[in-house]
Design a protein around this ligand. Structure first.
Ligand SMILES: NC(=O)C1=CN([C@@H]2O[C@H](COP(=O)(O)OP(=O)(O)OC[C@H]3O[C@@H](n4cnc5c(N)ncnc54)[C@H](OP(=O)(O)O)[C@@H]3O)[C@@H](O)[C@H]2O)C=CC1
Ligand SMILES: N[C@@H](CC(=O)OP(=O)(O)O)C(=O)O
Length: 358
């Protein structure tokens, strides 16, 4: 039995922050101890500060907690700090927390490209925690560290890619087209007059994130455990669009393997169906029983039907078929605010506890 850890949530009033609260409300290892948001919210009770948009009520023990400003002194008793902060402010605030020797799991993009900061999708590259001793040396910390999770669309993409890369070697080409839910743009997000009866074929910065982050996540920790060997020779091309769905990003993927001849469709299905990851071996509370769900129906996955399977922590893959241009193509679905955001951070923190880092 692991002793309970106190956790803080930065950006607790936002879309990702609300997910953190639901995921942590009855958690066996983590207890919500402190909540942080902007000075607009600080000093108010949580229920007065937030515009709650979840389909379950605010947990009773959280409703009247007082929201703090995001200063490390208010969080010094926390064993873990989760961040769902707006990227405009996450950089400075998260660094102040790290320098106060706190453990930070961030959803924001600010430190994903830092050479000493692991970018971890918990069901794909938990081995990247191996860099933490080096990161602690670089930042002069004995206890604190920072882990980022990936962009939500990238997260969905890399889970099946990791399974296939482990089995069949690297890819030469990846083309991905996303149809992303509106919850991905926070609250109030995309104006209703822009998104109802419509599709917006542009999400600022998203394609660049998918094209870059994929290579860091599918790359490896170098032999000295002092940095990451980014994937070389894999070209990723992403097109990202916003569609009128509340939760769940759908992605159409085409792949070409570096090694030819490419595996058969049956071999691809078998590998995806049998994929297991370290979070499962470590028996982490939030690890999905299956990290990849293969659906054989011709019209699946679909956001409304598949996003909540495995409590939102799995990626559903369907429509696996030959590609007349590359080798194979398929469609995947990820719950963007669970595995694509708060769920990744929570599972990453459980892995860190299981590895003895916290
Ligand atoms: N939504 C998603 O699917 C995903 C989001 N992310 C990332 O997670 C982060 C949060 O996103 P999301 O929840 O959608 O955003 P929201 O806009 O819904 O929430 C932003 C949060 O940041 C807080 N905040 C804003 N300004 C400040 C400030 N000056 N000081 C302290 N806190 C501040 C807000 O507090 P207040 O209420 O007081 O203004 C709020 O709690 C972003 O970095 C985003 O890019 C990552 C992956 C997926
Ligand atoms: N841009 C994503 C959500 C997000 O905030 O991503 P990132 O953390 O990479 O900025 C979406 O629109 O669905």
């Amino acid at each position: 039995m692991v002793a309970t850890k106190k956790v803080g949530i930065l950006g607790a009033t936002g879309t990702v922050g609300q997910r953190f609260i639901l995921l942590l409300a009855n958690h066996p290892v983590f207890t919500i101890h402190a909540l942080g948001a902007s000075s607009r919210s600080a000093g108010k009770s949580y229920q007065d500060a937030t515009k709650w948009k979840q389909n379950q009520p605010i947990p009773e023990n959280v409703q009247n907690m007082v929201v703090q400003e995001c200063k490390s002194t208010h969080f010094k008793e926390c064993d873990v700090v989760f961040s769902g902060l707006d990227a405009d402010v996450a950089g400075d605030i998260e660094m102040e927390f790290l320098k106060a020797n706190l453990v930070v799991f961030s959803n924001a993009k600010n430190y994903r490209r830092e050479p000493t900061v692991p970018l971890i999708v918990p069901t794909a590259n938990a081995s990247h925690f191996d860099l933490i001793p080096h990161q602690r040396k670089v930042f002069g910390q004995d206890k604190g560290f920072i882990i980022t999770n990936a962009n939500c669309s990238t997260t969905g993409l890399v889970v099946p890619l990791k399974a296939l890369q482990d089995a069949f070697g690297p890819f030469s080409h990846i083309i991905v087209h996303t149809q992303q839910a509106i919850s991905g743009s926070g609250y109030p997000g995309v104006p209703s007059l822009d998104i109802l009866d419509n599709i917006v074929p542009y999400i600022s910065g998203e394609e660049e994130k998918m094209e870059w982050e994929t290579g860091k996540i599918l790359g490896s920790v170098n032999s000295e455990a002092t940095g990451f060997d980014h994937l070389e020779n894999t070209v990723v091309s992403a097109t990202c669009t916003r569609v009128p769905v509340i939760d769940g990003h759908l992605e159409s993927v085409s792949l070409k393997f570096a090694q030819q001849p490419a595996p058969s469709i049956d071999d691809i299905k078998r590998v995806l169906e049998n994929y297991t990851c370290e979070a499962q071996q470590l028996k982490c509370h939030s690890a999905p029983e299956k990290a990849i769900l293969v659906n054989a129906s011709p019209d699946r996955p679909q956001p409304r039907l598949d996003r909540d399977l495995q409590k939102g922590q799995a990626v559903t893959v369907g429509r696996i078929r030959e590609c007349p241009v590359f080798d194979i193509k398929f469609t995947l679905l990820i719950h963007n605010t669970v595995l694509g955001a708060a769920g990744s951070s929570v599972l990453n923190a459980e892995i860190a506890v299981a590895k003895g880092l916290i």
